[in-house]
Design a protein around this ligand. Structure first.
Ligand code: FES
Length: 145
């Protein structure tokens, strides 16, 4: 008997909003899918394509990038930079043959614990339906540490 596929989701979240929001989800005892592993960044402005690539190379089936809402970034414009980069990353992923539905950019504030749970559940459901992601590991990044 084969086990049902459970996706591994890596979440890159900003320290000031989404990380605190995810913490609120826990302290509010809101239940959500346990497929996500959270990596805290100072700001989503720190995200770069190699972080996404490494997440996939190391076995993630999906990625979430989430930070402060527009005009709430603690570094003024990091979330705007992240949003602009996402436009480029999406084209690059498409060019490389990576299904863009595997990456979700979002905004979750420190007060939105329920929104974090919703986001994780939505992404987990989407990625579970897409199935395991092994193509990228075979595609390019041999030697990525
Ligand atoms: Fe949260 Fe910049 S500090 S996105």
């Amino acid at each position: 008997m084969t086990e049902a596929f459970e996706p591994k989701i890596t979440a890159f979240v900003c320290n000031w909003c989404t990380y605190a929001g995810a913490d609120l989800t826990g302290t509010s005892r809101i239940k959500y899918q346990s497929n996500v592993r959270v990596l805290r960044l100072p700001c989503t402005g720190r995200i770069d394509f190699m972080l996404l690539a490494k997440a996939f190379a190391r076995g993630s089936d999906g990625v979430i990038v989430s930070g402060c809402h527009p005009n709430d970034c603690h570094y003024t414009s990091g979330n705007y930079h992240a949003r602009r980069r996402w436009m480029i990353y999406r084209n690059l992923m498409d060019f490389m043959g990576i299904d863009t539905r595997r990456v979700t950019f979002s905004w979750v504030s420190a007060a939105e614990g329920a929104r974090w749970a919703e986001l994780v559940n939505e992404v987990t459901t989407t990625v579970r339906a897409l199935g395991p992601y092994t193509e990228y590991k075979e595609l390019a990044l041999t030697g990525v540490e």
